[in-house]
Design a protein. Sequence first.
Length: 235
Amino acid sequence: MREMAIAWGRKTIKFAVAKEDRNTLRITVAPDSSVMVRVPARATDAEIAERVRRRAGWIDAQQHDFSLWKPRTPPRSYISGETHKYLGRPLRLHVRESLRNAVTVTQSRLVMETLGEKSRSERADLLWRWYANKAQTHFRRRLAAQHKLFGRHLPEPPNLITRRMTSRWGSYTKRGNLVLNVELIQVSTRLLDYVIAHELAHAAYWGHGRDWQALMTTVMPDWRERKSVLEKALL
Ligand SMILES: [Zn+2]
């Protein structure tokens, strides 16, 4: 195996090359962003570089979408005293038995009332159902606000789908659905708006090339800063 690199825009894409008994070239991007290129034994360096350059947009998109999400959430027990976030605010969880199952938010606390004693997974469920509910309303409102900024780039508002995902913040599907991770209800509106804008910009440009970046800068001049804050966010 050998290391090679190509320049792509301002970026250098490094990749490992493995010569194999095969007829086609295959590129894979691992979750740690490393790139592996399997090539036929007869392939020359110039051919390999050319093929990788043609797929550079795709490689960059893969690397980007992996780096957008790093699970940094410590394991939770959903017991009193734990910190859980809501709209970017850290809130102290207070669990108490009551005559109903409910979650309410105060200035500094997240109060969970449970009808009788509940198991860890039941408490997790209760909180996540509440988060999902809040996400529905909040995300819809923010999508409407962000969508306006796109003007002619995106005449029709996309259909919003919220769901809990383990590997990414959001995506924009070919059918025009914007999928947002319910977990975004934990980050500030400023960061949520970045994810929404990021995905809406994909309605106009696939990948994260110059056109996509230019559009992002038009609708959200400080998107790079928000991106880096989101990447460091600890939920
Ligand atoms: Zn993207």
